[in-house]
Design a protein. Structure first.
Length: 205
C-alpha cells in the first residue's frame, strides 16, 4: 500500500513538470528596450538689428495734405484738423518720413464775413506729423489769406486767391479738402530709415 502511494505521488510530480516548464517559459519576457529620443536642435533666432538712424536737418521740406475742408464760416481760432504727409521725405535714398504719416494742423485765425462787405479770414498752420512714436514738429506752413470783399465783380464764384488751394465763395474763405502745401521741420532730428527707395530699371516700367 505504501509502495502504491509513493508511485502515485511520483507520477503526479512527473506529470506536473511540463506545466511548470511552460509557466517558466511564459514568465521569461524579453526586457523592454528604451525608446531612443532624438532631440531636434531649434535654430536660434537671428538678433533683431535696430534700424539705422538718419539725421533729418532742420528746415527739411515736408509736403502735407489737408484732410478736411476748412472754412472761415465754420472754424474758429484753435481748432485742430487732420493732415497727412503727401509724399515720402527722403534723406539720400533713405525714407525717413513715409507718405501717409498722420499729423495735426491748427487754425491760427478765423473770422466770418460780416456786414458792410467785410470778407472772411482764415489762417492755418501745421503743428506736427508722427513717425512711429515720435512727433516731428513743423513750421513755415501758413496757408491762408483774407477773402475778397463784396465789391469784387466775381462775388459768389469760387476764386483762387493768394496761395494755391485757397478759395473765396461769397466772401467766405475756404481751404478745400486735399489741398497740398509745404511745411518745414523745426530742428535737427534723428529718425530710423523705414525703407530704401529703389529706382526702377529702364525698360521695366
Amino acid at each position: 500500500m505504501l509502495a502504491r502511494t509513493i508511485s502515485l505521488s511520483c507520477a503526479l510530480l512527473i506529470g506536473a513538470l511540463p506545466v511548470v516548464g511552460r509557466v517558466q517559459e511564459s514568465a521569461a519576457v524579453e526586457p523592454e528596450v528604451p525608446a531612443v529620443v532624438t532631440e531636434v536642435p531649434v535654430p536660434a533666432e537671428a538678433p533683431v538689428m535696430p534700424a539705422a538712424l538718419v539725421t533729418v536737418p532742420a528746415l527739411t521740406p515736408v509736403f502735407l495734405r489737408v484732410e478736411e475742408e476748412l472754412s472761415s464760416k465754420k472754424h474758429k481760432n484753435g481748432d485742430r484738423f487732420a493732415i497727412l504727409v503727401d509724399q515720402d521725405v527722403q534723406i539720400g535714398d533713405a525714407v525717413v518720413i513715409p507718405a501717409g504719416s498722420v499729423g495735426e494742423g491748427e487754425v491760427i485765425h478765423a473770422a466770418r464775413s460780416g456786414m458792410g462787405g467785410k470778407a472772411g479770414e482764415l489762417l492755418v498752420t501745421a503743428r506736427f506729423v508722427r513717425v512711429g512714436d515720435r512727433e516731428i514738429r513743423l513750421r513755415s506752413f501758413s496757408l491762408g489769406a483774407k477773402g475778397r470783399d463784396r465789391s469784387d465783380a466775381a462775388l459768389g464764384l469760387a476764386i483762387v486767391t493768394g496761395p494755391i488751394g485757397l478759395f473765396v465763395v461769397g466772401g467766405v474763405m475756404i481751404i478745400p479738402r486735399g489741398t497740398v502745401a509745404a511745411a518745414k521741420t523745426t530742428e535737427n532730428i534723428q529718425l530710423p530709415a523705414t525703407q530704401r527707395s529703389v529706382d526702377t530699371p529702364k525698360g521695366e516700367e
